[in-house]
Design a protein around this ligand. Structure first.
Ligand code: GCU
Length: 702
C-alpha cells in the first residue's frame, strides 16, 4: 500500500488522504476518467490538483481535464458553479444551489445528453473545494457513484485550528511531532508541505488557522526575561513579517482557509513609541485600527486576532485597570471594517485558590457587552484539557455573547502522542452535554451554530514525517475537523471513515484499529487519574519546560485534595461553591455525592477513603482497581495492535508497536505511582493485595 509520498527534503505521510485503489475502481473510471472543471478561481486550482492526485490513486490513472463537456465520453465528472457551467445548471436547479450557504455543496449523479455524469456544485469556489474532498472521501470509502444526491453545509461557521508554534524557534508548545511545520524565517518562500497541510485541513472542513502561539512573550526592555524571548512570534505584527505572510495566506486561501494571528495585548507599547496599551486610551484605539488596516492591505481576507490576556504572565486589560470587554472590544473595533474577528480566550486565572471557579466568575457578568465580532473562546472544561473534566459552566450561560469552544487536539495531558489516546469520544461527550436539562435544554453542540460562534482546536502537528508523532493521533486531527463541521456525527462514523481511509479495507484491520481507538481514552483516564474525577496529578518541572507527562501526585495537592482522611476537592456548596455556577438541575446533581456521576465524583467532593460507592466498593478500592485496569488495558491494546503484524505496512506497524511498548511501561509507572500514593495517604490496603506498602512515589518524574 502506498503510504508516503516523496517531497523535496523527505517523505511525508499522506494520513487519511491516501486514495488507495479499491474494489470499485472500474466503475469509478467510467464516470471520472474525464473531468470538466471550471478554471476561474485559485480554489479551482486546488480542486484540480486534488482530483489529479486522488484519481491517480483511486482510478489508477490521472483524469483528462476538459474546458468544455467531453462529448465523446460515456460519462464524466463536472465541477463548477451553475453560473459558470451550463452542464451544471442543466442538471441541478439554480435555486437549490443559491440556497446553499457559502461553504455548502451539492453532489448529484445525472444523465446529461446520454452521458452518465457526476456533478459537484456550490454557490462559491470554497464550496467546490469541500465538495471535491467529500467526493474523494466517498470514493476512498469504496461507495458507489450511481445514485448520489448529497447536500451538505457546515453546522458551524467558524472551524479553526490554533497553532501554538513559536515562529522564530520553530518549536511548538505542547507539540509532540518535531519542529513547527512553518519556517517563518524563510517566508515568503513556501514549503511544499504547507500545501499538504492545507489539503489535510480542508479535507475535513477547517476554515481558519492561527499560525502562532497564544503565548507571545515580549522580552522586557532590560532583557530580564531572556529565557522566554522570541516565544509566540509577537513580531509577526511588524510590517516586514506581515508582508512575508502574504504568500502563506494566499496558499491557505486556495483551500478556503483564512489566516489569523495570536497577538500580544501589550503590542502597542512594544512597537510604537507609546507608553501604554490601555484599551481605553484613544491612542491605543488608533494604533490597533492602523495595524488592522495594514494587515488587511497584505492579507485581504485576514481572519483576525486570537488573544490570551491576563493569563499565565500574558499582559491584558487588567494591567491598565480595564476589563476584558474593554480589551476585546478595542481590537474588535479595529478589525470590524475588514470583517475580522477577535477570539478572546476565557482561560484566565491568577493566584485564586481553585482556578475552576474563575472563568465563570470573570466572564458571565460581562455577558452581552462584547462586540458582535468578538468570540469568547472557552476551553471545554474549567481546568485545562485534563483527561476528563466536567463541561465548563460558561457554556449555555452567556446567551448574549458569541462563544467558541476550545478543544485540545494535541495530547498534552493524554500521553503526549507516546500513548494512544483518541479524543473523539471525549469531545462527543462534551458536545452532547446538556447545559441546562430543566431549562433551555441546549446541548453544547448547539451553541456554536450562529454567525460569530465556532470551534477552535489546539493543534499539534509538526514537521515529523507522520505529522503527529503517533500515527494514531492523526485521527484526532481528522475527528476534530469532522466534528467542527458537523457535531452531530457520531464517533463510530468518524472512526470508521478514518480507519478505512488510513488503513484500507481489510475487515480484520478495521475491526482491530477501531477497537483500539475506542478503548484508548478510558484506559488513559484510568491509569492517570483512577477514574473518579481526579486530575492534574502529573509532573510539572521548570517554568516553560513543563513536562505534564510523568506522574507526580505529590506536586499538586490543591487539585486532588488527598489527606489522611480522604480524597477529592469540595467544589460544592459545602466547599468553594463551584457547583452553584451551573443551572439548578445540574448543580443539584453534582452537589450531592449520591447523585454526582462516579466519573466526576472526586472532582466535586472530598470523600473519606472508605466512602462506599453504589457497587459496594470503597473510593480507595475503586481507585486501586481502576489504576490496575487501565494499565492492563494498555497492555491489551498493545497486544491487539501486535496482532496486525503483516496486515499493514511495516513502517507504520513498527512505529506504532514501539509506541505501544513505551505506553505499557509508562502506564505501569503511572499505576504504581498513583496506587502507592493512595496507599501512603490512606493507609488502606488493597483488598486484592496488589499494592506494595513501600513508597513507590519516589520514582515519579520529579
Ligand atoms: C496550558 C498549557 C500551556 C498553555 C495554556 C493555555 O496551561 O500547559 O502550555 O499556554 O494551557 O491554554 O494558554
Amino acid at each position: 500500500m502506498r503510504n508516503v509520498h516523496e517531497m523535496s527534503g523527505g517523505k511525508y505521510d499522506d494520513c487519511w488522504l491516501r486514495y488507495a485503489e479499491n474494489g470499485t475502481s472500474k466503475s469509478y473510471r467510467e464516470r471520472c476518467s474525464n473531468v470538466y472543471a471550471s478554471v476561474e478561481a485559485p480554489e479551482l486550482g486546488a480542486v484540480r490538483d486534488e482530483l489529479r492526485r486522488g484519481f491517480r490513486g483511486l482510478l489508477g490513472r490521472e483524469p483528462h481535464f476538459w474546458q468544455h463537456p467531453p462529448r465523446s465520453a460515456d460519462g464524466f465528472l463536472a465541477v463548477g458553479t451553475p453560473a459558470e457551467m451550463e452542464v451544471v445548471s442543466d442538471c441541478v436547479s439554480s435555486e437549490a444551489v443559491e440556497s446553499l450557504d457559502d461553504e455548502g455543496f451539492l453532489i448529484r449523479t445525472a444523465d446529461w445528453e446520454g452521458a452518465e455524469i457526476v456533478v459537484v456544485t456550490a454557490s462559491t469556489d470554497r464550496g467546490l473545494v469541500y465538495g471535491t474532498f467529500y467526493l474523494l472521501r466517498h470514493m476512498s470509502l469504496g461507495r458507489p457513484l450511481d445514485s448520489l444526491d448529497v447536500v451538505r453545509e457546515p453546522t458551524n461557521a467558524e472551524r479553526i485550528v490554533n497553532h501554538w508554534d513559536n515562529p522564530f524557534r520553530r518549536s511548538v508548545e505542547r507539540g509532540y511531532a518535531g519542529p513547527s511545520i512553518f519556517d517563518f524565517e524563510r517566508l515568503p518562500d513556501l514549503r511544499e508541505r504547507y500545501v499538504d497541510y492545507a489539503r489535510l485541513l480542508a479535507s475535513v472542513g477547517i476554515n481558519g488557522i492561527v499560525v502562532n502561539n497564544v503565548n507571545t512573550q515580549i522580552p522586557n526592555r532590560d532583557g530580564a526575561n531572556e529565557a522566554t524571548n522570541e516565544l509566540g512570534g509577537w513580531q509577526l505584527l511588524e510590517t516586514r513579517y506581515l508582508e512575508k505572510l502574504t504568500g502563506l495566506a494566499a496558499l491557505f486561501r486556495r483551500y478556503g482557509i483564512r489566516l489569523y494571528l495570536s497577538v500580544n495585548f501589550g503590542a502597542p507599547e512594544k512597537f510604537g513609541d507609546l507608553d501604554t496599551a490601555d484599551p481605553c486610551d484613544d491612542r491605543i484605539e488608533q494604533w490597533w485600527a492602523a495595524k488592522a488596516d495594514e494587515i488587511h492591505e497584505c492579507i485581504p481576507d485576514f481572519g483576525g486576532f486570537l488573544v490570551k490576556a491576563d493569563s499565565e504572565g500574558q499582559p491584558g486589560p487588567y494591567n491598565y485597570d480595564a476589563d476584558h470587554v474593554n480589551g476585546a472590544n478595542v481590537l474588535a473595533r479595529a478589525l470590524e471594517p475588514h470583517s475580522g474577528r477577535v477570539w478572546w480566550r476565557a482561560f484566565v486565572y491568577d493566584s485564586h485558590e481553585d482556578r475552576a471557579v474563575q472563568q465563570y466568575n470573570t466572564f458571565e457578568p460581562l455577558d452581552g457587552e462584547f462586540h458582535e465580532n468578538v468570540t469568547v473562546q472557552v476551553k471545554n472544561g474549567p481546568i485545562d484539557f485534563q483527561p476528563r473534566e466536567p463541561v465548563s459552566p460558561v457554556f449555555g450561560q452567556m446567551p448574549e455573547t458569541n462563544l467558541g469552544l476550545e478543544l485540545q487536539i494535541t495530547g498534552e495531558y493524554t500521553g503526549q502522542h507516546v500513548h494512544a489516546c483518541y479524543h473523539v469520544p471525549m469531545w462527543k461527550e462534551v458536545l452532547e452535554f446538556d447545559t441546562d436539562p430543566e431549562g433551555r435544554g441546549r446541548r453544547v453542540k448547539n451553541l456554536f451554530t450562529e454567525e460569530g460562534t465556532g470551534i477552535a482546536g489546539v493543534s499539534g502537528p509538526g514537521d515529523d514525517p507522520n505529522w503527529t508523532g503517533h500515527y494514531l493521533a492523526q485521527a484526532n486531527l481528522y475527528g476534530y475537523g469532522r466534528l467542527a463541521w458537523n457535531p452531530d456525527l457520531d464517533d463510530e462514523t468518524i472512526t470508521d471513515e478514518w480507519v478505512r481511509q488510513t488503513f484500507g479495507d481489510d475487515p480484520a484491520v478495521i475491526e482491530t484499529v477501531t477497537d483500539i481507538m475506542h478503548d484508548s481514552w478510558p484506559a488513559v483516564i484510568d491509569y492517570t487519574t483512577g477514574g473518579l474525577g481526579l486530575l492534574h496529578m502529573m509532573y510539572n518541572g521548570e517554568a516553560r519546560l513543563e513536562n505534564h507527562y510523568d506522574p507526580s501526585p505529590e506536586e499538586w495537592p490543591g487539585y486532588h485534595g488527598a489527606t489522611e482522611d480522604g480524597i477529592g476537592k469540595d467544589r460544592n456548596s459545602k466547599g468553594n461553591g463551584y457547583t452553584q455556577q451551573y443551572p439548578a438541575a445540574l448543580a443539584a446533581g453534582y452537589d450531592d455525592p449520591e447523585t454526582c456521576p462516579n466519573e466526576l465524583l472526586l472532582f466535586f467532593h472530598h470523600l473519606p477513603w472508605e466512602y462506599e460507592l453504589e457497587d459496594g466498593r470503597t473510593v480507595v478500592q475503586t481507585l486501586y482497581d481502576n489504576c490496575f485496569a487501565g494499565a492492563a488495558e494498555a497492555e491489551r491494546l498493545r497486544d491487539e495492535w501486535n496482532s496486525l503484524d503483516g496486515k499493514i505496512d511495516d513502517e507504520r506497524f513498527r512505529h506504532i508497536a514501539e509506541r505501544f511498548d513505551e505506553q505499557v511501561v509508562q502506564a505501569e509507572r503511572w499505576r504504581d505511582t498513583l496506587v502507592a500514593f493512595f496507599y501512603e495517604r490512606s493507609s488502606v490496603p488493597d483488598q486484592r493485595g496488589r499494592v506494595p506498602s513501600a513508597d513507590a512515589s519516589d520514582e515519579s518524574g520529579a
